[in-house]
Design a protein. Structure first.
Length: 253
């Protein structure tokens, strides 16, 4: 399938490793130009150099998405360097938190950056001749209560983001802007949270893996292909949806 992404101008947050990096790889392979950010400069620049080998234009900047002025500047500069923005992929998280102060940290790092960034990028998406597209990377934790771990900020705040993304989809549809969500199940990659859990808490890791009918955790590339498809003109009549990529992890009809 031709996804019609050659020359597309794509902004991706949290793109130095894991799911975000895999999404950047797929977009670059499809011929898109990229603006990427992440907190740590060294792995980000390494990712940018490798992505440029595909022939893509890649603008990279190290920043914390919780820094409002830095995030605004990144979006503005990305639009200027790429000549506009056709796609926004929001892929950030502060992880799982349980105490009230940690909940606040998650709100600042997970919810507010997407809200701000969506508003900042909106005029560029509305001006896109391809039809603007937003993809929010969420989680299956937003769709069920997580057993046996118990209540935490991660799932609750991602559920709030799902709601906001769906509201944006309905509000922006008349302008030709699509907004969709991808919810990965447990996804494993070197140095990621599930990789660490496999080493540090093998019993919990085995419990989760045992609940996945495929018998293994997901891979970043599997999530990335779903995200890039939803972002592309090939999915041009899909908006306000949440695509679950979990190997059957969620038990629901």
């Amino acid at each position: 399938m031709d996804l019609h992404l050659t020359g597309a101008r794509v902004v991706i947050t949290g793109a130095s490793r894991g799911i975000g990096r895999a999404i950047a790889d797929v977009f670059a392979d499809e011929g898109a130009d990229l603006a990427i950010c992440a907190r740590n400069p060294e792995p980000l620049e390494e990712a940018a150099e490798e992505l440029r080998l595909t022939g893509a234009t890649v603008f990279a900047r190290a920043l914390d998405v919780a820094d409002e002025s830095a995030l605004d500047s990144f979006v503005d500069d990305a639009a200027e360097i790429l000549g506009g923005i056709d796609v926004l992929v929001s892929n950030v998280s502060a992880g799982s938190s349980r105490t009230p102060d940690q909940w606040e940290r998650n709100f600042v790092a997970d919810v507010l950056p997407f809200v701000r960034m969506a508003e900042r990028v909106h005029p560029h998406l509305a001006a896109s001749e391809r039809g603007g597209s937003v993809v929010l990377i969420s989680t299956t934790s937003a769709l069920h209560t997580t057993r046996p771990a118990g209540p935490a900020a991660y799932g609750a705040l991602k559920a709030a983001l799902n709601h906001h993304a769906a509201s944006l989809a309905r509000s922006w549809a008349p302008e030709g802007i699509r907004v969709n969500t991808v919810s990965p199940g447990p996804t494993e990659f070197p140095g990621g949270g599930w990789d660490r859990r496999r080493e540090n808490d093998p019993e919990f890791y085995a419990t989760i893996r045992g609940r996945i009918p495929y018998g293994r955790l997901g891979r970043p590339q599997e999530v990335a292909r779903a995200a890039v498809y939803l972002a592309s003109p090939a999915a041009g009549y899909i908006t306000g949806n949440n695509l679950v990529v979990d190997g059957g992890f969620l038990d629901r009809a």
